[in-house]
Design a protein around this ligand. Structure first.
Ligand code: FES
Length: 106
């Protein structure tokens, strides 16, 4: 199992325990977490799963791919250096990662 911590705008923390192989987007959607939509179902085609990945966790994931890069230019909230698509962040066994939710996804 892995642990994903989602921090909302008010600083509230939701911690989800999920199986390895689950994406940050899928875990949020499965648990009805507000703040992540995942409109395209994880195909890197909507940018409604935008999150800000904690800088300490950057190395746990592959770098931004060309399709992800393209979609990150379409986020509803400002793109920051830490911006990622939640559907492209797939956790491994024993990962403990933290993401911050943007102001809006649409
Ligand atoms: S769910 Fe659509 S880009 Fe991630």
């Amino acid at each position: 199992m892995a642990i994903i911590r989602y921090i909302d705008l008010a600083g509230g923390v939701t911690e989800l325990q999920v199986p390895a192989g689950t994406s940050v987007m899928q875990a949020a959607v499965n648990h009805g977490l507000a703040g992540i939509v995942g409109e395209c179902g994880g195909s890197a085609m909507c940018a409604t799963c935008h999150v800000y990945l904690d800088e300490n966790d950057t190395d746990r994931f592959p770098p931004i791919s060309a399709p992800e890069e393209e979609m990150l230019e379409c986020t509803a909230s400002p793109r920051l250096a830490s911006s990622r698509l939640g559907c492209q962040l797939v956790v491994n066994e024993h990962d403990v990662i933290t993401v911050r939710l943007p102001e809006t996804q649409q």
